[in-house]
Design a protein around this ligand. Structure first.
Ligand SMILES: [Zn+2]
Ligand SMILES: [Zn+2]
Length: 291
């Protein structure tokens, strides 16, 4: 069993790992969009313009940017975190992009598979990535296709170990018929300190959970019993392979705690909680009985 991030030492930092500025197809200057996130209480963002490194000079206390870029290969979009130079455009296939990001010491994140029309089978054909966008705010707001958690579960069920990331992918093109795509989702990463190296290490290890508004306060194990404490929600789901797992409902009332008794046959278990505004939080998976 891996150790839950909730039992580790460190500080929680709130961040958005995917957003665009007017250096690609976003509408806001890098300084403007960082100001939005800083004022909303985030401590870090990654500016992930399309095939472009976007630099910004900031003077905020307790707010940093992680060097990043978003690459494409056909319908495959791949966010590269913690890289320091652009790949040549001659790199074409998604596998080549993933391999190149890894060689650079970066973290590849497979972006918005549902919106892209990428299946879990397509993802299973690729190797070398451990992070998947399970929620993408702009894909949800514009097309209703922001949730990719079924892709996540199909890969987990196949034995792959993957962390789930919620991002805004903000472009900030508000219209009257659409909500703004800023400040809609985030990761809470637990790191030793607020610096690029510590945050990248935390994200690489999976020491984070993802949220669109629900807070997960604690996940603890006592023997075979797993207990989760959250902000007030309508239901808490313990998701595992095939028909394993359990959904705990407040039956119309709010709950802030749920327990699950491991049966001993789970290969993985992850927790997601949903509140009455349909806001979510997702833990990363805990692994058991892996061959
Ligand atoms: Zn994209
Ligand atoms: Zn994007």
């Amino acid at each position: 069993m891996n150790i839950s991030v909730f039992g580790k030492k460190g500080n929680w930092y709130r961040g958005n790992l995917h957003l665009h500025t007017n250096f690609s197809d976003g509408t806001l200057a890098p300084e403007e969009i960082c100001s939005f996130y800083y004022q909303a209480g985030y401590q870090f963002v990654a500016l992930t313009d399309h095939w472009n490194f976007t630099q910004v000079n900031l003077s905020y206390d307790n707010f940093i940017t992680i060097p990043a870029v978003e690459y494409h290969s056909g319908v495959y979009h791949i966010v590269a975190l913690g890289v320091n130079r652009l790949l040549p455009q001659s790199i074409k296939s998604p596998q080549e992009i993933i391999d190149a990001i890894n060689q650079e010491g970066g973290i590849p994140i497979m972006a918005h598979p549902y919106w892209s029309g990428i299946t879990s089978g397509d993802l299973m054909a690729l190797q070398g990535f451990s992070h998947l966008e399970i929620y993408n705010n702009v894909c949800q707001i514009t097309k209703g296709k922001g949730f990719s958690s079924v892709h996540w579960d199909e890969l987990l069920q196949s034995g792959r170990q993957l962390f789930g990331v919620a991002v805004d992918d903000a472009h900030h093109r508000p219209r009257q018929t659409m909500e703004d795509d800023l400040i809609g989702s985030w990761v809470m990463a637990k790191a030793e300190s607020l610096d690029v190296g510590s945050l990248l290490q935390a994200i690489r290890r999976g020491d984070f959970y993802s949220s669109t508004g629900v807070t997960i306060h604690e996940v603890s194990f006592l023997g075979d019993r797993l207990t989760v404490h959250t902000s007030p929600v309508q239901e808490i789901r313990f998701i595992s392979q095939n028909a394993q797992g359990e959904r705990v409902s407040g039956c119309g009332q709010e709950i802030d705690k749920a327990e699950y008794e491991l049966t001993g046959t789970e290969r993985y278990l992850r927790i997601e909680a949903v509140d009455h505004h349909h806001r979510f939080a997702w833990t990363n998976p805990f692994y058991f009985n892996q061959v």
